[in-house]
Design a binder for this molecule. Structure first.
Ligand code: COA
Length: 397
């Protein structure tokens, strides 16, 4: 297939375009309904549905994290793209809920996949993170510096919720989505993006950490939000971002068959649709079933739009995100990949082998390190050196 191998079936111009050739999602099994939430905070299903459109969300289990969900989504995306993890040049993970400040979640996933040739880093732009990451990866591909990139949006928002705060805990959920971008000479793919930030709104939506200057009255590692201010911000910037992005690509709203927006609140989508004078059906929405999964919401919605055959080859679609920072971002894509190509069985077996190999390599590397440390500590020559240097230090003091 043309888009799966760089330059295999292109126009022959030598110019690189960045196409999405694989996609996948992973959500936890556990479902938390509005009624479940009303058992521990004062709220009810009708209020939540009417104000947000949300009915339920997924909640990560003890053994799940942004890394494990992102890894599972990534494996699906590699399957659809039918490429091997060793073909990846770059892994970018957009997340606000990493397991560590460092190492990046991207490095954990890189190791688990056995993507031994890939660079890996996390990107922090809250709910706009996935669109930012798509643009970063697409730019790298278009510049010719790499051929294949994996972009993941993954979150465990349930871990940073204040479950006593009814105005925020009703909104968020957990999940992950991933796409593979690949260089091709065939025109299309990621055409143009607009990335924006207004840090003056940094106090409207945040998760203060232990290194915060002034957490104030807010709880460390828990999210707080000025809901109605964020609502006004979102309805102000989303339509503007879409229009600017289309201008950059030289396209009109009529050229766009589907908008895949960040899934925060159905009322925000309705307001944006009204401002753009577009039928709400031109917007992909699954907020009802997952709530707001921050950086994961756009790739999850994209996967479901493809599953529902709402995107066809040659369609132009827009991805648009907004959130903490404040940040917002839009990207316009000319879709090329068919949604139902079967991956080759031979590659499937090789991928499986590489995942198993990666697991054993990690165990053996860690065991080897422990053994080396033990041998070093038991080494009599090192002991003698240590005693001597201890004496020298005593002489100096
Ligand atoms: N159940 C019942 N009542 C609730 C409630 C809940 N879960 N949460 C808030 N309320 C109450 C408030 O206490 C307030 O009561 P009061 O008038 O007696 O003080 C009332 O509902 C209205 O609160 P308000 O915050 O003005 O409601 P709203 O219509 O703005 O809806 C949000 C609240 C959070 C749903 C809405 O502001 C929103 O969706 N904002 C955007 C959030 C978002 O998208 N964030 C992520 C961006 S990435």
């Amino acid at each position: 297939m043309a888009t799966r191998n760089a330059g295999s079936n292109g126009s022959g111009t030598g110019r690189a375009y960045a196409h999405i050739v694989g996609w996948g999602m992973a959500v936890p099994e556990a479902v938390l309904t509005n009624d479940d939430i009303s058992a521990f905070v004062e709220t009810d299903d009708t209020w939540i549905r009417e104000r947000t459109g949300i009915r339920e969300r997924r909640i990560a289990g003890e053994k799940e994290s942004a890394a494990t969900l992102g890894y599972n989504a990534a494996r699906h995306a590699l399957e659809v793209a039918d490429i091997l993890p060793v073909d990846l040049d770059l892994i970018v993970v957009a997340t606000s809920t990493p397991e560590h400040v460092f190492p990046g979640t991207a490095s954990l996933i890189q190791d688990w996949l056995g993507a031994s040739r890939a660079g890996a880093f996390d990107l922090s732009a809250a709910c706009s993170g996935f669109v930012y990451a798509i643009d970063m990866a697409a730019q790298s591909i278009r510049s010719g510096s790499m051929k294949t990139a994996l972009v993941i949006g993954t979150e465990t928002m349930s871990r940073v919720m204040d479950w006593q705060d009814r105005s925020t805990c009703i909104l968020f959920g957990d999940g992950a989505g991933a796409v593979v971008l690949r260089a091709s000479e065939q025109p299309g793919g990621v055409l143009a993006s607009v990335l924006r930030s207004d840090g003056a709104g940094c106090d409207l939506l945040a998760i203060p950490t232990t290194s915060a200057r002034e957490p104030g009255e807010h709880k460390l590692n828990k999210m707080y939000m000025a809901g109605s201010e964020v609502f006004k911000f979102a309805t102000r910037v989303v339509d503007e971002g879409i229009r600017q992005c289309l201008d950059k690509a030289g396209l009109e709203l009529d050229d766009i068959s589907l908008i895949v927006p960040h899934q925060a609140n159905q009322r925000i989508l309705a307001s944006v649709a009204k401002k753009l004078r577009l039928d709400i059906n031109r917007f992909m929405s699954n907020v009802e079933r997952y709530g707001n999964t921050s950086a994961a919401s756009i790739p999850i919605a994209l996967c479901e739009a493809l599953e529902q055959k709402r995107i066809k080859p040659n369609d132009h679609i827009v991805l648009v995100g907004f959130g903490g920072g404040l940040t917002w971002a839009a990207t316009v894509i000319q879709w090329v990949a068919p949604s139902d190509a079967e991956p080759a069985r031979f590659n499937r077996q090789r991928r499986q082998f590489l995942y198993t190999f990666a697991r054993w390599r990690r165990r053996i590397t860690q065991l080897q390190r422990s053994l080396n440390n033990l041998l070093y500590r038991l080494n009599p020559r090192r002991r003698r050196r240590k005693t001597r240097s201890g004496r020298e230090n005593d002489d100096l003091s």
